[in-house]
Design a protein around this ligand. Structure first.
Ligand SMILES: Nc1ncnc2c1ncn2[C@@H]1O[C@H](COP(=O)(O)OP(=O)(O)OP(=O)(O)O)[C@@H](O)[C@H]1O
Length: 414
């Protein structure tokens, strides 16, 4: 059963359960599919997620009152958002790309560093509290030495540049950056609801309408990024956070790239790589539509289509063969969309065709989605994370061993 082994994709973490999916205060344990918050629709325990998942079947066209959305706050004022600019498929709040401007510079002393929320290849992400406005933020700390060693200087600079440029309801907001001799720091909004990855592992797989809701929000984010000529290149459940209302926020722009035409770099996560990336051909935005297909498949099935227990090399071989076995429980429309996304033939891959992202949005699987309302977060999310504490409640995140090295130390700058 491939499901369990997919946890390998997660970076080392010290989960209390040792399974990497249960958050310290979450009452939900990873026991069986029937205990899942989202699949509990069938078995019926009274959880907020049950109602939400059930309502999701109609939620995408919901005409209920608008969901209360969190006002995003800045550590120091001055965000610039400018009006709509036309793109291939205009949506109401496409914003023109203007670099976000922050007043003054941040330093380490502006924040109290609290627990680790997650770890990555080059460092970790901390919950921090601003000493000035007492609000909570997430600060990504990248060890310069690690960035240099792994030859990721350019990607790290790209991440900062891309994040400074983008502004969209389903993309993380970067408020500013600073550095000391040893580390780079990126100040972002703290997204309280945890990773979609954790929810998916607890649920094993999502019911069709739930997967559709998340896929639709991701589709809008990709449409926006591509309209800015940004390829995201690292779509996977670990990089999708849920805000406290259950809406998606895409984080980790470590591989995002500003590309007008084609690029060649091999980067991303093995299970999610498109065949044109694996075979070192030049590639373009089409890779994100392939990855969207893998993401939808993983949400619906609980495992990725080309995983088969082997090494990344085995995964790459499978990707190049591109033969997908669709389990019988996948909805007919979903399968039809997946077949058109997970295709090595770039002249057939939806999203990459003449109609662009509109081809994906107009597919039958998304038929009931009212895209304008979705973009305004005007549609109830299928699952509302149980963030009961105040703004700094990190209970939805797994626990990690904390950093032992003090930040802000002087020394040689790598
Ligand atoms: N803004 C945020 N709010 C809350 N948690 C966050 C935020 N950003 C990141 N995290 C947590 O930290 C984890 C690591 O962040 P991120 O993926 O950006 O690091 P990374 O070093 O780029 O990782 P990778 O090696 O996968 O590229 C995320 O999976 C998430 O759990």
């Amino acid at each position: 059963m491939p499901f369990g082994s997919l946890l390998k994709k997660k970076k080392t973490k010290d989960s209390p359960s040792g399974q990497g999916v249960t958050s310290p205060t979450s009452p939900t344990k990873e026991t069986s599919s029937t205990s899942s918050p989202l699949s509990s629709k069938q078995s019926g325990p009274p959880q907020s997620t049950t109602t939400a998942a059930t309502s999701a079947s109609s939620a995408l066209t919901s005409t209920n009152g608008p969901v209360e959305t969190k006002a995003e706050s800045t550590p120091t004022p001055a965000t610039i958002a400018t009006p709509t600019e036309a793109t291939a498929t205009p949506t109401p709040i496409m914003e023109k790309v203007v670099p976000r401007q922050t007043k003054g510079k941040y330093t380490l002393t502006d924040f109290n560093f609290e627990r680790t929320l997650g770890t990555g290849s080059f460092g970790r992400v901390h919950l921090v509290q601003s000493k000035h406005n007492q609000r909570y933020y997430a600060v990504k700390v990248l060890k310069k030495q690690q960035v240099v060693k792994m030859k990721q200087i350019e990607h790290t600079n790209d991440e900062r540049r891309m994040l400074q440029r983008v502004k969209h309801p389903f993309l993380i907001t970067l408020w500013g950056t600073f550095q000391d001799a040893k580390n780079l720091y990126m100040v972002m909004d703290f997204i309280e609801g945890g990773e979609l990855f954790s929810l998916l592992r607890k649920s094993q797989r999502f019911p069709n309408p739930v997967a559709k809701f998340y896929a639709a929000e991701v589709t809008l984010a990709l449409e926006y990024l591509h309209a800015q000529n940004i390829i995201y290149r690292d779509l996977k459940p670990e990089n999708l956070l849920l805000d406290r209302h259950g809406h998606i926020k895409i984080t980790d722009f470590g591989f995002a790239k500003d590309v007008v035409d084609i690029t060649w770099t091999l980067c991303g996560t093995p299970d999610y790589l498109a065949p044109e990336v694996v075979s070192s051909k030049g590639y373009n935005k089409s890779v994100d539509w392939w990855s969207l297909g893998i993401l939808i498949f993983e949400m619906l099935c609980g495992f990725t289509p080309f995983w088969d227990g082997g090494s990344p090399v085995k995964i790459y071989e499978n990707i190049l063969k591109s033969k997908v076995k669709y389990p019988p429980y996948i909805h007919h429309d979903a399968q039809d969309l997946l077949v058109q996304l997970i295709t090595p033939d770039l002249t057939k891959r939806l999203g990459n065709l003449h109609g662009g992202p509109a081809d994906v949005k107009n597919h039958a699987w998304f038929a009931e989605v009212t895209w304008e309302r979705l973009l305004k977060k005007d549609i109830d999310a299928p699952y509302v994370p149980p963030v009961k504490g105040g703004q700094g409640d990190a209970s939805q995140f797994d626990k990690y061993p904390e950093e032992t090295e003090e930040y802000g130390k002087k020394g040689d700058d790598p």
